[in-house]
Ligand binder design. Structure first.
Ligand code: GLU
Ligand code: ZN
Length: 466
């Protein structure tokens, strides 16, 4: 049997880390089992669905590299099919028209509540009722009245529901539009979904969906209801905890692999391994090993993992990310070698690609703004004389490499009877504008001779009051 999983988001809110984790589990399981992963947009709630939310789903999944083998399907494009199945169920007596009015149902509900009973449809039209003029009927599914439904959930274990607790669900509204639970059933059936992996807020829908699948003669999928992600304070994950559009993580300079790595480890473990490549995740993942307890979102750990991934990636794979971040701050660079060099020089000092881009602005700026504090500390006293000497050495240097620059600066320091720092700091401040940067030889090598000399000149000129 080929495993078929799906991710079925409703575009009523922005795709955030909670949804991404569900998508990841479905995707991973399909990849692990050599199966198929489907993307299905559940946009039947036309009022609350937005194009923007659909775009975030599509762009977010693409950014994360959670590629679908099929889809995206849109439920709003499948209304004919839902209508056909409803007709078929009506003809087979598996569904029936309900002519109860809103007022009638409200009266029943009030009585039930007064008796402290759980409000439920009393089955008034279940055994046939004549059409009533002026009432557009809804269609209800004829749920079995007796027995129970057992969900053998891969995460929650066996969960039993009594049919007597499940009333006859509306599958089509009076305007004919199908309802959410029904569309899911038809889709999972038509798309041959074998494993339904979704948030455990849907566990209560499952027995109803199973009853409908059984009525249709469909094979039941296996279910895995994964726990929710909570905020660091244990409350429901909200915007203030980072439940923002997944694309915001791209903007903030997170790597997709790091975000996926972080999310897979929430409620799932493989020994004590923390850092996983995509391939390692696929090889080690099993949905059965997912914890049933909710886990809390920890932005600090995500940040840590992001840097781990930045440190382990080949510079070439990080180049597109750095370019994109530079472009965000108005810097366009397509010099592959330079970008790779900057990545190697900067990644220890940045936790995100955005931070790396911000720290690297000086490489591209026409003119560096020198931090006054750094200038006061390192360009006063003998600082400018040092710059003059350095300038002479560097101007006459045979080759422009890290080694050659290092050698020249070290020789100069030795002649001056000073430590390398005494020579390096004024140079650093002059060329980067700040007192912190990657090693000075690496920095100058990347910057190039021309820019280095021009910046030394500018710093000296600024100091002479010119
Ligand atoms: N559309 C549902 C949601 O976004 C998921 C339904 C399902 O996975 O069955 O919560
Ligand atoms: Zn009725």
């Amino acid at each position: 049997m080929t495993v078929v999983t799906r991710f079925a988001p409703s575009p009523t809110g922005m795709l955030h880390v909670g949804g991404v984790r569900t998508a990841l589990f479905s995707w991973l399981y399909a990849r692990r089992m050599g199966g198929k992963f489907i993307l299905r947009v559940e946009d039947t709630d036309r009022e609350r669905s937005t194009d923007e939310a659909v775009r975030v789903i599509l762009d977010g999944m693409a950014w994360l590299g959670l590629t679908a083998d099929e889809g995206p399907y849109y439920q709003t494009q499948r209304f004919d099919r839902y209508g056909a199945v409803i007709g078929q169920m009506l003809a087979a007596g598996q569904a029936y028209h309900c002519y109860c009015t809103k007022e009638e149902l409200e009266a029943v509900r009030a009585e039930q509540t007064a008796r402290k009973e759980k409000p439920r449809y009393p089955g008034t039209c279940r055994h046939g009722r004549a059409p009533r003029p002026g009432v557009q009927p809804v269609v209800r599914f004829r749920n079995p009245a007796q027995g129970s439904v057992v969900v053998e959930d891969l995460v929650h274990g066996s969960v039993t529901f009594q049919n007597a607790e499940l009333d006859d669900l509306i599958i089509a509204r009076s305007d004919g539009t199908p309802t959410y639970n029904f569309c899911v059933v038809v889709d999972d059936w038509d798309m041959g979904v074998t494993h339904v992996i979704r948030g455990d807020d849907h566990l209560n829908n499952t027995p109803r969906q199973m009853n409908m699948l059984l009525a249709l003669g469909a094979a039941l999928p296996t279910y895995a209801h994964v726990p929710m992600i909570l905020g660091p304070d244990g409350a429901k994950l909200s915007k203030r905890h980072g439940a923002v559009s997944v694309l915001q993580y791209e903007e903030e300079g997170y790597l997709p692999d790091a975000l996926l790595n972080y999310l897979v480890r929430l409620g799932w473990a493989h020994g004590d391994q923390e850092v996983f490549t995509r391939e390692e995740m696929i090889a080690a993942f099993d949905i059965k090993d997912v914890n049933r307890a909710a886990s809390a979102f920890n932005p600090e750990k995500l940040l840590w993992l992001n840097q781990q991934h930045m440190m382990r990636a080949t510079p070439a794979t990080l180049v597109p990310h750095l370019r994109a971040q530079l472009r965000r701050i108005g810097l366009d660079c397509d010099d592959q070698a330079l970008l790779e060099g900057i990545i190697l020089a900067q990644r220890e000092r940045a936790k995100t690609m955005k931070e790396m881009a911000l720290n690297s602005r000086f490489f591209f700026a026409e003119h560096v703004e020198i931090d006054p504090k750094a200038a006061a500390k390192h360009l006063g006293g003998g600082g400018r004389e040092t710059l003059q000497r350095v300038r002479e050495r560097l101007a006459g240097l045979g080759g422009w490499s890290t080694e050659a620059i290092h050698g020249a600066l070290e020789a100069l320091a030795a002649e001056l009877g000073a430590g390398l720092g005494k020579v390096a700091q004024p140079v650093r401040v002059a060329v980067t504008g700040a007192a912190v940067s990657p090693p000075i030889d690496v920095t100058l090598a990347l910057l190039g001779r021309e820019r280095t000399l021009a910046r030394l000149d500018a710093a000296m000129a600024a100091g002479s009051g010119a």
